[in-house]
Write a new protein. Sequence first.
Length: 533
Amino acid sequence: MDPTNPSAECRVLIVGAGPTGLVHALWLTHLGIRVRVIDKAPQAGTTSRALGVHARTLEFYRQLGIADEVVGAGVKAAGVNFWVRGSRAARIALSEMGEGQTAFPYLLIYPQDAHERLLIGRLSDLGVRVERPTELLGFVRHGGFVRATLRRADGSQEVVDAEYLAGCDGASSTVRHALATEFPGGTYSHLFYVADVEADGPPADNEVHIDLESADFLGVFPLTRNGHVRVVGSVRDSLAGRRQSLSFDDVRGQTVRNLKLRTGKVNWFSTYRVHHRVAGSFRQGRVFLLGDAAHVHSPVGAQGMNTGIGDAVNLSWKLASVLTGAARDDLLDTYETERIGFARRLVATTDRIFTLVTNPSRAAARARTGLIPLLLPGLFGIDAFRRSLFRTFSQIAVSYRKSPLSAGSAGGVHGGDRLPWVATSAGADNHAALAGVAWGAHVYGDSREAVEEACSELGLPLHRFPWQPAMEEAGLEKGGLYLVRPDGYVALAASSGGPQALRDYVSARGLSVAAEGRHSAGEALLDGGTATL
Ligand SMILES: Cc1cc2nc3c(=O)[nH]c(=O)nc-3n(C[C@H](O)[C@H](O)[C@H](O)COP(=O)(O)OP(=O)(O)OC[C@H]3O[C@@H](n4cnc5c(N)ncnc54)[C@H](O)[C@@H]3O)c2cc1C
């Protein structure tokens, strides 16, 4: 191949076909970028691992047109139950917990192996095949491209040149090691187990069950097949010494005693240690780290896979913009700025909760068994508490206000916030306008002629929504102008002087926000209250 023209073969080499790499490949391909996806494993994962798929991930999937399929294949968790001394002490309802905040107001349970198969299928529909077993051995960075050495299934080596390399290769990342990027943090002392089992008894009811009894964490989660559950727990210190020979039989008694769960056939049992680490940097020139390669943390709140998918989406549209000449290279720096900050906050929060949940002291045990069942149902009755908890766990509250890409505010919405979701009419909402995975201007209420002119000049689709009181509740301002990024975050929010602010924003950052052939500027397209100019 001609090294002066590496793009002839592959523009982005994606290393790792876990959820992060697969979503990165899907978004880039959707945006017209040629990718190769390699994975050293001979086949896709066959164990369920991550179960929780959060609202923000489903919103991203909706932009690609795959959300309905994912939701249809999963189970909506209806509630969380807290058990103390073998009895159910409290229950909180989860279904529709985020109502009014997103089109996906629940926690979806969808095992990671089935999830990955679905993503591989959609990728294959777009003509991209995961190459496996194909391992990245190493790479050398050149000025305009990265030269990677791969080992293919037959043992032969291949040298491939790509303009960018995305390290989506998990916690033991070859890419991170090759970059010699530090991975500071630590490892918790507990040994954990995970088991997928056939079961019956009260906790086999498609809800989540948590035992608060002791510092030996124990939780039961629904799987998509009836009568199958996931049991996650910590291993007593007295057993942890014989990790290699440990089996579910060693912990089975605890699930019966504490949760009244009768278990049968064990389909998967594994033990693992939990780490909390964030890589020192997520970008070095043309090489990026995403997903578990960039950050690992405790499973509290089911955040790991969802955060990797968020990384993939954040980087995808930026890479596509730079590769198509719609943005300067410095746009790519904002990937690290935006995602490393979130990863650090996440690791710190999950660490605090995890430490409390597994704290062996008497005071912590009293708090767990006494206070939590007493206080949580009451707190859940408070709308503001429920909303805030849902916003945090579902990742719809993730925002990038300090990013150089974020500017201004209008109403309660600041540049960097996720575009608030709002129903516009029966069965329709403003997030439908994000389906194009392109820049867009949103105006809620009447738009001024000057705004329309500025959008037309920039080739920017303008989405107008007739004003409704619910919009104010969502934080939107009547007549305010919101420039929305391809990933659904507000770049610029402007109360007044919107048209000039829009022009200034775009020119200062050297961006092209034109909709590239999707809609020609000036063409009006009315759709459920949305007008695209
Ligand atoms: C028991 C368990 C339960 C969990 N539950 C949840 C949950 O409910 N919700 C949640 O969000 N997260 C959960 N997680 C975390 C979640 O599984 C991970 O965060 C997620 O798999 C990370 O995805 P990834 O694509 O970044 O990395 P991975 O899934 O680790 O994928 C990395 C891929 O890279 C490949 N690879 C590695 N090195 C190379 C190389 N040199 N060349 C080529 N390929 C390579 C590997 O074969 C692998 O397929 C759980 C994890 C575990 C273990």
